[in-house]
Design a protein around this ligand. Structure first.
Ligand SMILES: Nc1ncnc2c1ncn2[C@@H]1O[C@H](COP(=O)(O)OP(=O)(O)OP(=O)(O)O)[C@@H](O)[C@H]1O
Ligand SMILES: [Mg+2]
Length: 323
């Protein structure tokens, strides 16, 4: 059984329109489906505002989907009873771009890391909890001396390690990582990514790894989803998409990785076209206004996400199936 199955997920926000009492809807997530196995990582890449965090929040029950289904170990997460829901909240953890936002500045590191252990009733004896906190801190590359200190006394990279220890404390199976290294220096990014990879092996963790920076997901993802204006435009094995991107938007993202220019680059000299507003997604292909290859059909007809090989899907009228 798959650990996580997401089917045709949609998230719409109701927003204020121009006129009095005018209702408008912003489609942040549009018909997204994917599956995630135990011990695997799926990377989710796309520009700011494309809907990545909305999807992430729906997985940790912070956002209710407008349509579609999220199944965890075969059970619909919205139909769980109290006990199941409590266990789901333990099993699926989230780490954020800015651990300052998730770590309470008034709590010592020990109190922060121990919080979930207590709330979930995993341990009760104080000395047992303290030992566990130290074990977790060591697991993420910090030591026992961190326990009595406060978040502000650490560097960004160290704070992210504390955030990871806090997530690990409740023994999760899936961690939703929402831009976990985007605020860090490049050298520190690599260290945190390596840590996440080690922890994945040690604890058989699954990750949904979100970033706007393709260079970052390359080293951690097994599968990749490329998102544009709420839709997945390309989905499949990460190595294959990074080495041979098929969708013009994926090609653009990959060409923008420094030192990673490919032959597709001539298409991307200079920026062209504006990103349409998610309040007003154009008909046809969502990317057509920026696509150097767009034809009449692309302006009229929305391309479906279809397989070009059994596990590699692309939503583009101009990409043919591979044999
Ligand atoms: N609660 C909300 N109400 C209305 N609109 C929202 C809400 N949350 C997000 N949005 C809008 O939905 C769209 C998707 O936002 P989301 O935060 O999911 O994108 P993102 O890909 O995570 O962006 P970023 O890379 O900047 O974090 C954006 O246009 C955003 O303004
Ligand atoms: Mg976001």
């Amino acid at each position: 059984m798959k650990l996580l199955e997401v089917q045709e997920l949609e998230i719409r926000y109701r927003v204020q329109g121009n006129g009095f009492r005018e209702r408008r809807y912003l489609q942040a997530v549009n018909q997204i489906s994917f599956e995630l196995d135990r011990g695997r990582t799926i990377g989710l890449v796309g520009e700011s505002g494309c809907g990545k965090s909305s999807l992430a929040r729906s997985l940790v029950l912070l956002e209710e989907p407008t349509n579609g289904e999220i199944r965890y170990q075969g059970r619909n997460i919205l139909n769980m009873n109290r006990a199941e829901r409590k266990d789901y909240r333990r099993s699926v953890q989230m780490i954020f771009q800015d651990p300052y936002g998730s770590l309470n500045p008034k709590l010592t590191v020990e109190a922060s890391v121990a919080e979930g252990i207590r709330l979930q009733g995993l341990m009760t004896k104080p000395d047992q909890i303290q030992k566990e906190v130290i074990r977790l801190l060591e697991k993420v590359g910090l030591d026992a001396s961190a326990t009595k200190r406060y978040p502000r006394q650490f560097s960004g990279g160290q704070r992210q390690r504390i955030g990871i220890a806090r997530a690990l404390a409740v023994r999760p199976e899936l961690i939703v990582c929402d831009e976990p290294v985007s605020a860090l220096d490049v050298s520190v990014q690599a260290q945190v990514i390596n840590l996440l990879r080690e922890l994945q092996t040690d604890f058989q963790l699954s990750y949904l790894f979100i970033t706007h920076d393709l260079a970052v997901v390359e080293n951690i993802s097994h599968e990749l989803m490329v998102m544009y204006l709420g839709q997945i435009v390309e989905q499949g094995p990460a190595k294959k998409i990074i080495s041979q991107p098929k969708h013009p938007y994926s090609q653009m993202l990959i060409a923008s990785i420094p030192g990673n220019r490919t032959e597709a680059d001539e298409n991307w000299s200079g920026s062209r076209g504006d990103i349409p507003s998610p309040l007003n997604v154009p008909p046809g292909c969502p990317f057509h206004s920026r696509c150097p290859l767009a034809e009449e059909r692309c302006r009229l007809e929305r391309p479906l996400l279809k397989p070009i090989t059994p596990r590699h899907l692309v939503a583009c009228h101009l990409v043919a199936t591979e044999d």
